[in-house]
Ligand binder design. Sequence first.
Ligand SMILES: [Zn+2]
Length: 189
Amino acid sequence: MEAKRRMLGSGALLEGHFLLSSGMHSGFYLQCALFLRYPENAAWAGSLIAGMIAPLSPGLVISPAIGGLIIGHEVARHLNVPFIFCEREKGTMRLRRFPNPGRLSYVIVEDVVTTGKSTLEVRDAIEMLSKGEFLGGACIVDRSSGIHGIRPRLFSLMKSEFPVYPEEVCPICEKGIPLVEPGSRRLFI
Ligand SMILES: [Zn+2]
């Protein structure tokens, strides 16, 4: 699959034996920013996501900062609509730098959806301000296993569910493959 090929090719998806920030072990590690550091990847993903969204005819694309900025902007470019973003202020997601979107219908675009929390927080922030319809969410990678709570829909380019293991029962430990902490050895690929 092209999305996985690009993830691997950009170094965003690593296969091996990783210690996650949760303390769990995994055979995979994903850092979407590494995929998006190549503008050509962002343009490619933005065009495909825009194609999924286009039949809904949104008037606006909104993203949560920071993760959604690059891909949201690319999607908006392909839809030929404006792009704005929400950001956290003292822990609360807010629309700070832009005018009230009024009655414009909108989609919320993120890089990775894990729990769906950021998208839902952006939706709540916009619903407090405007009467525009929330048409749905979209992301490059859906890691939620379907528990994201984003209604009426969430589009994604790829779904990925990586199994994680506590150290005591990790099958990769059993194989004797060295454990790596992602970020501890950065290669520029
Ligand atoms: Zn392990």
